[in-house]
Design a protein around this ligand. Sequence first.
Ligand code: PLP
Length: 421
Amino acid sequence: MTLQERDTKHLWHPLTQHKTHPKSIGIVKAKDCLLFDEDGNEYIDGIASWYTAMYGHCNPYITERVQFQMNQLDQVVFSGFTHKPAIELSEKLIQILPANQQKIFFSDNGSTSVEVGIKMALQYHFNQGEKRQVLLALEDGFHGDTFGAMSVSGLSVYNGPFEDFFIEVKRIPVPTKDNIDIVLNQMQEIHAKNKIAGFVYEPLVQGAAAMKMYSAEQLDKILMFCQDKNIITIADEVMTGFGKTGKYFASDYLNNQPDIICLSKALTAGLLPMAITSCSQKIYDAFYSSDLKKGFFHGHTYSANPLACTAAIAGIELLKSESIQIRIQEIIIAHKAFGNHIESHAKVKSVRQTGVIFALDLAIETSRYGNTRDKLFQFYMDRGVFLRPLGNTVYILAPYTITNSQLEKMYEVIEESLMIV
Ligand SMILES: *Cc1c(COP(=O)(O)O)cnc(C)c1O
């Protein structure tokens, strides 16, 4: 039996309606920017396996380091114990994070990194004896699938059955030049009625909302308002972190630095699941007390797993390397040229780009998980390119190590696909 056949017996896949999508593609190998299936087909990984494998798959610079670490220390409890991979990672991260970030807290995935950020913000106020029970978030944001993260997510397609159980969240539109005064007024009103504890946002690019982009200038005004009112700002950089916007972090484009930053996905270079919630000294100090109860009693069994930390250290070294930094700039230029070329196509409504994140909206109406998406997905796969269109948006977020010819092939296949929509 093939992997595809055996799969259907016991496996339940994420974000999948198995009745309409019964078949999963059996992948047997990945190398650099290619995925290989069980029938011998290869696919360019145009979304870096959900924005994780940014330095290419099975990159020996990373895997050799993890192999070495595997024989030194595999796992140890992170309460009461510490180890070199966690310490080194904290030092390396603090060097590249926005200057106000001082402390590193570990968890296992993007959702838990947001969950931790929310809990830090709520307890920050609680510890100071102030009652603040409402969170603020952007419309169309996506922050993960645990309850806190779902509560602040605005994409209702994921949330329907659970909405009655959410924590209280008020939503504001993504700020633009035209609506910013209205949005600030709205925040003022919400805060006057119901003190806001924290504001959760994806800076500059909303990934799951189909790579919706907005300007740093307007976001800065919102962050300034928050800082003025001691509303804890939580930047969800799970998708945008580690070079994708052209800088190390999207927050680097802003004048106002967040109190808390959530990181995962490319953090471990696509090798192992791990997440980090970093925070400023101000947040940490609110928990530092001789009163035990004021501590942060949140912990996951695999916190700061030494192998995942080692992968993250190697990933940061690659990110900072000259060759990757040059490659990021080259991809940005290549995407721009493609954007300019394709923009005037009759089937293209608009193109947009932030760093190496490129997105194109088709000039058609379709639902998020409608037919067009499936048709396009198959069209790309048949031609050896793995892309996951969202609604009428086709986007590229490829590994930094993608070659020019692989880029060209993706552009060609995308252009060709415009004929079938
Ligand atoms: C993917 C993602 C998450 C959730 O991360 P998981 O590891 O899938 O739990 C949260 N926030 C953003 C912005 C993401 O892109």
